[in-house]
Design a protein around this ligand. Structure first.
Ligand code: UTP
Ligand code: MN
Length: 496
């Protein structure tokens, strides 16, 4: 045994008996499972015989020697170390290669039995080693390799949230978001066990689907009268989960009974019922652009220099949406005040609005204090509306919405489209843009990251640093990510 003191005095990597006889072979003995004293002993032995045995792992190491580890374990360890400068992967070898080489007095040929056996890691498995538990640190494109699984998991939050279990609902959403992110279809649950956000319940659902093609829980949810009714009623604009639940308990399951039930409906709900079929038809990108042209024209005509940006799912590259969202601002702070009512009455006079409800800007930094972090509600001037959009008119801005004719095929010449408008002062517009681009889970996760990891409070209005007790200004999304210590993720990769 080499005494501790003398071992410490050795410069790392130096041989005790002069320079290495095999300069191209750089060895590193893994302490894991071998133990420190045995490692020191074997390292010393090697150096005495002219081998170059390194104390510290570095990119120069060509042979990693381990005892009682399997290849995967060593690979995981190796992946956590610095990479080789030239990128040549080191050999992962069993101790037998080393002892045979010591006996032979030179590096022996590497045979099959010397190599640590590794299971072939797919790209997906490699990704899994480094998945962040925050969706705002993952790049989630629109390509979903696990749609069958995520569709199933996405059904369950409704159930959980109805039972006032928002936490459990969120857990399913987070689990689905992790699956969306994976670069390959999942075929077994084994590699999923190391991933964040995938709890036992989610794993059970996934396992059932992979084994039997379906999950009993999901199927019975889908079949339940309650769920079917919920889907119908929740599909009415202006009807939230709570109202739908109340109606279901009152025995109302479908649209017809609702109309004759004597329930007092809000103005929004009445519009929602009237345009039910249209509003449950996905909005296409072409329709979104047609609405955009109309809105932009109206905005610029009532406020020259006004700027409009498409936000929401379409900004993330989605091909269809349940509505179209736009952000309006003006490069001169303050000029945007009063813009919303003017735009709305312009659109109204042109016959484009079937329904609208406008809320005033109620956000005041001085009064509202630190951005209200937990809530996704913001306090901008907003307009939730239903547009009357001519069919087949991608240049719809030329048209007013006043025509009432049918198309030759007997179809209504227009359709109803849900449109949300937001007006932001330019000083808050980067926050508004970020907050309204979504996805909802991505936003939620950014706020969670800000709160938990940075002691900051993020909203669609501002970013507040609770330690420094001050607002952090930003004029672009890139700056906000940087202030939060996050790598910038473009809209197209925020589809968590
Ligand atoms: P949407 O509900 O429009 O979702 O909210 P989406 O991603 O565009 O997908 P579709 O429309 O279902 O296809 C868009 C973003 O706007 C925010 C949401 O949090 C989401 O990030 N939002 C929406 C608000 O901040 N406040 C609101 O009142 C509405
Ligand atoms: Mn939207």
């Amino acid at each position: 045994m080499v005494p501790m003191k003398r071992r410490k005095l050795l410069p790392p990597g130096s041989g005790r008996t002069g320079p290495s006889r095999f300069p191209l072979v750089v060895l590193f003995l893994l302490e894991r499972r071998m133990g420190a004293s045995r490692r020191a002993f074997l390292s010393g032995l090697g150096r005495e015989r002219g081998f170059r045995v390194e104390e510290e792992f570095s990119g120069n190491v060509t042979h990693v020697i381990s005892e009682n580890n399997d290849g995967d374990e060593v690979r995981v360890w190796l992946d956590s170390q610095v990479r080789g400068q030239d990128g040549t992967p080191a050999h992962l070898l069993d101790i037998s290669w080393y002892t045979e080489s010591l006996a032979a007095g030179l590096p022996v040929e590497i045979l099959d039995r010397h190599q640590l056996r590794e299971q072939q890691r797919s790209e997906a498995e490699v990704v899994m080693i480094s998945v962040s538990s925050y969706a705002c640190q993952r790049r989630t494109s629109l390509i979903n390799h696990n749609a069958v699984l995520t569709d199933a998991l996405s059904l369950l939050p409704h159930n959980a949230e109805l039972n006032e279990d928002e936490g459990r609902g969120l857990a399913f959403r987070r689990a689905a978001a992790v699956l969306k992110f994976l670069p390959e279809p999942v075929t077994t649950t084994t590699p999923l066990r190391g991933l964040p956000c995938l709890g036992e319940h989610s794993l059970r659902v996934i396992e059932d689907i992979l084994q039997d093609g379906a999950s009993r829980e999901v199927e019975s949810t889908k079949r339940s009268e309650r769920f079917k009714a919920l889907k119908v009623l929740n599909g009415i604009f202006g009807v939230g989960v709570k109202t739908a639940d109340r109606w279901i308990r009152a025995g109302i399951r479908y649209l017809q009974p609702l109309q004759g039930s004597g329930e007092t409906l809000s103005r929004a709900q009445r519009a929602g019922l009237r345009y039910y079929d249209d509003l449950n038809q996905p909005v296409s990108r072409a329709e979104a652009d047609a609405v955009g042209e109309i809105v932009e024209k109206a905005a610029v005509s009532v406020l020259p220099g006004a700027r409009m940006t498409l936000i929401g799912g379409f900004r993330r590259g989605k091909l269809t949406g349940h509505d179209v969202d736009f952000l309006l601002t003006h490069p001169e702070e303050g000029r945007e005040e009063g813009l919303m009512p003017k735009v709305v009455s312009r659109l109204e006079s042109e016959g484009f609005l079937l329904y609208q409800k406008t809320t005033r800007n109620s956000y005041l930094e001085s009064e509202d204090g630190p951005a209200r972090s937990s809530s996704s509600m913001d306090r901008f001037q907003k307009c939730f509306s239903i547009f009357k959009l001519s069919r087949g008119e991608e240049g719809g801005a030329e048209q007013t919405g006043n025509g009432e004719s049918l198309t030759p095929s007997g179809q209504e010449a227009w359709r109803a489209v849900r449109v949300d408008l937001v007006v932001s002062p330019v000083s808050q517009s980067a926050f508004a843009l970020l907050g309204w681009t979504g996805s909802k889970l991505f936003e939620r996760e950014m706020r969670r990251w800000a709160r938990r990891e940075k002691a900051m409070s993020l909203s669609s209005h501002a970013l507040y640093d609770t330690r420094q007790r001050r607002y952090l200004r930003a004029s672009s999304e890139e700056e906000i990510f940087a202030l939060l210590g996050l790598e910038f993720i473009p809209p197209s990769e925020r589809n968590a």
